[in-house]
Design a protein around this ligand. Structure first.
Ligand SMILES: [Zn+2]
Length: 854
């Protein structure tokens, strides 16, 4: 969309010129049930350092009916390209803008959703990065903080929640008016509004003199599934832990958490009014890993109330620090808070965040953590594994480097110094240097301004009697992919080396040595003269961010005994290492499968089990030699059925294997088992075939041609909810016919009416690894349409299509060639190019891995 971008330079100029005092925003949502547009009236007061100068305010709206600056009406044409030009500023200014803004169905701006379960309309806002301007005229950049006073007209009987506490509505007839108190000074992107016949559950956080009202909301159709007590419990743990560690009282008047429909991200840290995706209200049985992830999300958003909302980055180049801090805080709180249900959170971090970071850091698009963010398009594609996962990994390394006590001491000084203001990275590093006495400039340059992953290898010399003669850690510079930005460097690493012995069939840690690794070779004299242990594990406790390799003897023990580590973290590190080697073509897919089949039965951590299950599926579908692929898939499906039947009744493992089998089933017998579970003619003790599992079973039966459209309709009749409609869309797109594929394609590419969630569901069904022949025709269609998709759709919608419909299953040189031809001819914008190049890298990697599996 023209004019919707904003460059850093423009933002800098505007921030130098303006100070924004206050917004008064009136939104008339009485049209919400019909949709279309709503009336938005903004009055904003601001000062300018240079009277007579000009600036602009941002607004994305179908129509503007009134623009009045300092009592003078401006012509309608001052609104163009999503901006309103503001000429001839005074020292003190008042601007009034009346516009008709549009409800969206993409999860950006003011999202409007109609629940098929009750026919009611539900609204919520999502503003990060630049979408407050879709709801009111705003100076849309994080360092122009102001107060916000919302006045909302909405249907009587609705619930309306914003950053400030909800007032009693006034008025009569069909609508009511909610007049909210002004917020504290904050950035536009964390303001929020949630409105509709939502239902709330209430509690409070009380701590001596402190009383914070707490609310948890969802749609009525989900109320029976809402376990608000569990959400409150982890929220209160977070309040206790963060207030103590940060030494700063929660800065807002109340804390509401709202589960909202069709939410693009996991959650959003709107000040005092956090929104979360409502799949976190579990309507069917999920494993403990899902509860753990929800709790982590709750804590992540709560940590943002201080880091992000109270103290805010000046510009989006520090987004990584915002996200990394919240992620580190969420994990350390789970690991340490008294009464935490997930004290093994660093295992989950290693298993998920680290894996994500390592994957992203090996893409051609990888970049230093401190990325160049020149404009909004840059930041929108930068919500990636570097920003969230590598940043958090490096922050964990920083904490190990300065010590956790010094780290929190620095953080406390930082919050006190910068409360309600904006900062840069240097402000935090300065506070940490003061607290720790360590110079962080070298550290910061090596870790934040360069890209890629170092490899750490052991160099070991052992005498004939098993005594270690010498041990050193060798460090390699990152192998940066062609075209990647940044220079390949060695870095300072704080790591631990773990020594493990086999004791009664288990691998037990007998010692641990912590040291600084610097340069190419770091001698570890503490190990010389000692007996060689069964396993020497570099980066034990996962302190640093590096690929780690095992010496040959340790690798042999780990391959046989991966499931026998008594602690979950070293197991997770070894699983991650094996997966990394598979992706790199250093371990054949068939050997990775064998390792998984021997190790999974003894893996107790359900989150790790589910990750390995996903990775095996991906490896078999993409990395296996095509000539052997069917053999591998059959072996995996048979193992899944065995594991399902062997798992304890009602256990998480049983559910995880049921889902895995549902995705993997291929023989007549396996597919008949799925059908039997679905129609109830077959039962497995303890396995609840509930709503979500029913859809998972049906999707596979449909994709293999064993269930038809009537079966989809019947299932939808049983579950006519928004989730049911999404599952039905997936199933329809998964049917193994050319007509079904054409229909799915047209609904996504040729039409733009699908909501963000339904579109995502269609894409998921369209892409089937077992339907390569049906999908072959779409490589050409993809390249014929992708540029237009990017130019005409919103950011979220186009991102789903560009990544989701890329011919990822067409693992061939022809796909690479087609991609390269398109890249050369289409001259795509950087953000579009990046997404296509990332998708291409997946095919390139798969080709290499297939060769290694041959
Ligand atoms: Zn976050």
């Amino acid at each position: 969309m023209p004019g919707t971008n904003l460059t850093r330079e423009e933002a800098r100029t505007r921030a130098a010129l303006l100070a924004v005092d206050a917004y008064e925003i009136e939104l008339d949502l009485s049209s919400a049930r019909e949709g279309g547009t709503f009336r938005s009236t903004t009055v904003v007061r601001f000062t300018a350092t240079e009277p007579g100068s000009s600036t602009f305010i941002d607004l994305v709206a179908p129509a503007v009916s009134e623009i009045v600056l300092n009592g003078r009406a401006l012509p309608p044409e001052s609104f163009t390209d999503s901006r309103i030009e503001l000429p001839d500023l005074a020292a003190e200014n008042e601007l009034r803008v009346v516009a008709d803004c549009a409800y969206t169905n993409t999860g950006e701006g003011l999202h409007r959703f109609v629940d098929p379960a009750d026919g009611e309309t539900y609204l919520y806002t999502q503003f990060e990065v630049p979408d407050a301007r879709r709801v009111f005229a705003s100076f849309e950049q994080p360092d122009l903080k102001a107060t916000f006073a919302f006045t909302v007209t909405a249907p009587a009987g609705w619930v309306v929640v914003s950053n400030s506490p909800t007032p009693e509505p006034t008025g009569d007839g069909g609508t009511r008016v909610w007049t909210f108190e002004p917020t504290p000074r904050m950035s536009t992107y964390i303001t929020a509004l949630v409105a509709g016949p939502y239902v709330g559950v209430f509690d409070s956080y009380d701590n001596g003199s402190q009383h914070v009202p707490l609310g948890v909301y969802c749609r009525p159709s989900l109320r029976e599934h809402l376990d608000a007590d569990a959400v409150f419990a982890v929220t209160k743990q977070g309040f206790d832990y963060f207030q103590e560690k940060f030494d700063f009282a929660y800065p807002f008047a109340k804390y509401d958490q709202l589960f909202v429909p069709e939410f693009n991200a996991g959650a959003m840290e709107n000040a005092g009014a956090v929104t979360l995706r409502d799949q976190y209200v579990f309507r069917s049985k999920v494993t403990d890993a899902a509860y753990e992830m929800r709790a982590a999300t709750v804590l992540h958003e709560l940590a943002h109330m201080w880091f992000g909302d109270l103290v805010t980055m000046e510009w989006w180049n520090d987004l990584w620090l915002n996200e990394s801090f919240a992620t580190f805080a969420e994990v350390v709180c789970q690991a340490e808070a008294p009464g935490s249900k997930w004290p093994h959170s660093w295992t989950t971090f290693a298993n998920q965040m680290k894996t994500w970071a390592y994957r992203q850091d090996q893409l051609p698009s990888t970049h230093p953590i401190m990325a160049e963010i020149n404009d909004l398009e840059d930041v929108q594609v930068n919500f990636d594994g570097i920003t969230y996962a590598k940043g958090a990994s490096v922050l964990k390394q920083l904490v190990a480097y300065v010590g956790q006590d010094a780290f929190f001491q620095g953080v406390r000084a930082y919050f006190k110094r910068h409360a309600w203001g904006n900062t840069r990275l240097a402000d935090l590093l300065g506070a940490l240097e003061e607290a720790s006495g360590r110079d962080l400039k070298t550290w910061s340059k090596a870790w934040l301004e360069t890209a890629g992953i170092n490899v750490l290898r052991p160099e070991l010399s052992v005498a004939a009697d098993g005594t270690i003669e010498s041990f050193a850690v060798l460090q390699e510079a990152p192998a940066l992919p062609a075209g990647a930005r940044g220079e390949a460097v060695l870095r300072p690493h704080r790591i631990a080396v773990g020594l493990y012995e086999l004791v009664d069939g288990t691998l037990v840690r007998t010692d641990r040595i912590e040291l600084d690794v610097d340069g190419e070779r770091t001698e570890v004299p503490q190990l010389a003269g000692r007996k060689r242990p069964a396993v020497l594990l570099l980066n034990d406790d996962d302190l640093s961010y590096a690929k780690v390799r095992l010496d040959a003897d340790s690798l042999a023990v780990v391959t046989e005994h991966l499931g026998d580590f008594t602690d979950s973290l070293p197991r997770a590190l070894c699983w991650a290492s094996a997966w990394d080697m598979t992706r790199d073509g250093e371990l054949a897919t068939r050997d990775y499968l064998s390792l998984a089949l021997s190790g999974l039965p003894r893996e107790s951590d359900i989150g790790v089990v589910q990750s390995v299950q996903r990775q095996v599926k991906l490896a078999l579908e993409l990395y296996a030699d095509p000539a052997w692929r069917e053999t591998g898939l059959q072996r995996w499906a048979a193992a899944a059925e065995d594991a399902l039947r062997a798992a304890p009744a009602g256990s998480d493992h049983q559910l995880a294997w049921a889902r895995t089998l549902a995705g993997a089933a291929r023989t007549d017998g396996q597919l008949a088992l799925l059908a039997g579970l679905l129609d109830g003619s077959v039962g497995i003790d303890g396995l609840a075939v509930d709503t979500e599992l029913r859809w998972t079973l049906l999707a596979r039966l449909v994709a293999t041609g064993r269930a038809d459209e009537a079966a989809i309709d019947a299932e939808l009749a049983r579950d006519n909810t928004s989730s049911g409609q999404e599952h039905a869309a997936t199933c329809r797109a998964a049917r193994p016919t050319a007509a079904a594929k054409a229909e799915a394609w047209a609904s996504v590419v040729d039409s733009d009416t699908l909501t963000n969630y339904v579109q995502e569901a269609v894409i998921a069904g369209f892409q089937q690894a077992d339907q390569r022949e049906l999908l072959a025709a779409y490589t050409e269609k993809y390249f014929a349409s992708v540029k237009q998709v990017w130019e005409t759709r919103s950011h979220e919608i186009s991102q789903q299509i560009i990544g989701g419909l890329y011919p990822s299953y067409a693992v061939s040189q022809a796909t690479l060639d087609a991609t390269d031809a398109w890249l050369a001819a289409a001259d795509p914008a950087p953000a579009l190019r990046r997404q296509v190049v990332e998708a291409r890298a997946g095919v390139e990697r798969a080709l290499k891995a297939q060769a290694a599996d041959r």
